[in-house]
Structures are given as C-alpha cells and as structure tokens.
Design a protein. Structure first.
Ligand code: AMP
Ligand code: GLY
Length: 420
C-alpha cells in the first residue's frame, strides 16, 4: 500500500522535501501544511499553520500519515514531534528538549563547552554588565546574538562599536540579556547531518549566502542562495568536523532518555588552516540549503527520513549523486525588511531540461488568488539548477530565473562566487 506523508511548513525547503518524497516509489500521497503554490501544484495543501501543534497532530491523524516531516524549528521547539510520537506517528525532527539546541543559543553554547566542541567564546550581558569592558574584551568585529528564535535575523555582526552597543542595549531591554560572541574568521559551510540513536550521516556540505548584497555585504537574511557540494568543506575538513563536532554531539544526544531523531544542521566556520568550529546548530533542514542538498540524495528520501524517525538509520544509509546544485533566491521588494506582498508573479515557471542538466523553481512565499500566482512573503521563490558541474548548475539556475518576473524583486547575481 502506498505511504502517506505530511510535510509541515510552507517554504522552499518544504517544496524541495515534497518533490523528493514524491520521487519515492513507496509514497502515494504527500500533504503539506500550510504549503505554498508550488506544493499545492504537486501535493495537497492544508490551511494549518506550521506552529499549530494541535492542528498538525489532528491533521496527521485524520490523514492516517505514515510519516510526518517537520520543516521549521518553532513547532519542534513547541513539541510537535513529542506529540506525534505520543499518538504513534513517526516524526522526522527532534523532540522539544533536543530542539533546544536551536531554541536557545545559550543552551547550545553550554552543551558545546561541556563536550569540548570547538566554538566561539561567549559573554552573557545583562543590565549589570559593564558594557564597555565587555566590548573591549575581544574588540572588533562585534558579534551580538539575541537568545530568541528570530529567523536568522537576531544577530548583528559589525565593526561599528556604537552600532554594536546600541543593539546590545536594545536587546537587553527587550529580552533581559544578550550574548556577545568572539568573532570567528574564515569561510562558512552548512553540514546537514541525519541523526538518530543508531548512527548519523552527513549530507554533502553546502554554502549559504546570508547577506542581502552581492559580495556578501548588507543585512543578514534567511539566505539568498546556496550551492552544494561546497569545495571549502574538503574531505579533510569534513573528517575533522565529524570527529571533533558531530561524533561527540551524537554520543551526547544518543545517551539522553529521548534520542535525537532528525536533521542536525551544523553551521561551520572553517579557518584558513582548515579547522572547523561551530557558528550555530539548527535542529532542522536549512533553507535554502535543502533545495541544493535533497536533489543530491540518490537513494530513496522517504526510506531515509522514515528510518531516522524510527531510529534505524544505521541500517538504511543513503547514497549520493555526483551532481552539483545551485539555487538563487528571488526576494520581494523590501526584503529583508517588511516585504511587499500580493504582487503577481508572471513568466515561465515550468521545469527546464537540456543536455547539461535541469533547472526548476522552488516556491517559497507564493500563493494563488483567483488562480493567479502572487507573492506572499519575503523570500518568494528560488531557481535551482542541477548539473554535472557547478558552473553549469549556476548557468541553468540564472537562465531559469530570467524567465520569471515579479515587480520590485531582487536577487544576487554572485551565488557560488567563492567556489567558481
Ligand atoms: P547565527 O544565527 O548564529 O547563525 O548567525 C548568523 C550569521 O552571523 C552567521 O551565519 C555568520 O555569518 C555570522 N556569525 C555568527 N556568529 C559568528 C561568529 N562568532 N563569528 C563570525 N561570524 C558569526
Ligand atoms: N539558511 C540558513 C538556515 O536555514 O538557518
């Protein structure tokens, strides 16, 4: 009998997961809640928000889902996987206590320090702290992090002392405390690790482009594009990251009463000697990293995610293709500030295939009004190319993106620049 999967979320990541799951021969139907116009075209959307834990559990039960795949962090932190497991439904994504690795940067730091995992030093700043003394400890650049879930926007990295101090004071006022981190120099890479108590496997490393502007300048965003595999994560770097970062964390998480079952996203900073350290952990697939990573999984995605949800990954290890993938995000007017929504998206959004590879659109902030496609969020969609080389993947992605029009939108023209 065909398997039924519920994907929770509505971004480009969830569209990529839906596409991957539908390629599995054992899957007969994918449901997405809330989904977007892209998932609605290939699967069944349900108007239940990702953060509505009770609503998602009720939906999974009414669908008789064989597996739930949770995209975003908020429902994980709020116990969606715990609630699903309590009613006997396998869930891909950690339990609430495991999700604290993303839910609290302070908690994650403490775990890393306890396990001797390489990461930046940290100071806790409150109303009692002498802020000038704190700012002088490591000097510029200052890395200030609010300890709240802020969609990648609660962090300020700046050479400007006044800007840093202002953000520090504002954050202490709203949150009661803020973290000041030692600056790590180097190049970033994202390592997505499938993990349960039986084992773990790192997917091909990717690189996200977090700044809004070309040349990696301007405000931080949720991610303006990504590519994989990222050559900065050489075999030697991966081996070090696995032995120094992933193995101790896996051992720790597997020794807990409830084991971690899901994706552990390790945000790496790789210094010029190839030494990796942890910038952050997330407890979910990355967005847009998923759009360039899932297409490189050659084996059955449903079997992989179900195996993790059931704690038997070690017997169901995935295989990977040798392709390259690159995705370019099309952002709405105003993003990363408040985006203009409700504008119509026109052009040719259909898949493109030629002898070099293929390109297609991952929807994110899209919806339909009167059967017309409109923008509904900041990151509207992403154009993704898959080919045997990174430069071909890039050409395909940009060529496909040129077929799409959205008034006032913007995208970066230099995705993949560090590797090309
Ligand atoms: P986070 O939300 O912790 O991933 O931080 C967002 C971005 O800020 C990261 O992707 C990095 O580009 C930058 N960042 C965060 N922490 C550091 C650090 N300690 N040193 C240098 N850059 C950092
Ligand atoms: N692209 C960064 C993230 O998913 O957190």
């Amino acid at each position: 009998m065909g398997r039924i999967v519920l994907v929770v979320g509505g971004g480009g990541r969830e569209h990529a997961l839906t596409i991957g799951l539908l390629e599995s021969s054992s899957v007969s139907a994918v449901h997405v809640a809330p989904g977007n116009a892209g998932t609605g075209a290939i699967a069944t959307n349900h108007p239940i928000s990702a953060g509505d834990v009770d609503g998602q559990v009720a939906l999974a039960q009414s669908l008789d889902a064989d597996l739930v795949v949770v995209g975003p962090e908020a429902p994980l932190v709020n116990g969606l996987s715990d609630a699903l497991r309590a009613v006997g439904i396998p869930s891909f994504g950690p339990h609430a206590a495991g999700a604290m690795l993303e839910g609290s940067k302070d908690f994650a730091k403490q775990v890393m320090l306890d396990l001797n995992i390489p990461t930046a030093g940290v100071q806790h700043l409150t109303e009692q702290t002498d802020l000038d003394e704190a700012a002088d400890l490591w000097g510029a650049p200052w890395v200030v992090k609010r300890d709240v879930l802020a969609g990648g926007k609660g962090v300020v990295v700046t050479e400007d002392r006044d800007e840093a101090l202002e953000f520090i004071r504002d954050s202490i006022q709203t949150d009661g405390m803020v973290l000041l981190e030692e600056f790590l120099a180097g190049e970033e890479a994202s390592m997505l690790v499938m993990m349960d108590e039986s084992g773990f496997v790192a997917l091909p490393c990717s690189q996200d482009h977090k700044r809004v502007g070309e040349g990696d300048v301007g405000l931080n965003t949720g991610g303006m594009g990504a590519y994989a595999p990222a050559p900065v994560a050489t075999e030697a770097v991966r081996a070090r990251a696995i032995s120094e970062i992933v193995e101790p964390m896996h051992e720790h998480l597997s020794s807990q009463e409830t084991p971690y079952r899901g994706c552990l996203y390790v945000g790496l900073m790789i210094d010029e000697d190839g030494a990796p350290s942890v910038v952050e952990y997330n407890v979910r697939f990355g967005d847009p990293e998923t759009q360039v990573t899932v297409p490189l999984i050659a084996s059955d995605l449903y079997e992989l995610l179900l195996a993790v949800a059931e704690g038997r990954l070690a017997h169901s290890m995935p295989t990977f293709s040798t392709d390259h993938a690159l995705t370019v995000v099309l952002a709405a007017d105003g993003y990363p500030g408040p985006p203009v929504k409700g504008r119509s998206i026109t052009g040719d959004l259909s898949d493109y295939v030629d002898s070099d590879g293929r390109a297609f659109i991952h929807h994110a902030g899209t919806g339909t009004i009167d059967e017309k496609l409109v923008s509904t969020g900041g990151r509207v969609l992403a154009s993704t190319g898959i080919a045997s080389s990174l430069s071909e993947a890039r050409n395909l992605a940009y060529q496909k993106l040129s077929d799409v029009q959205l008034e006032g939108s913007h995208f970066r023209r230099d995705i993949g620049h560090r590797a090309l």
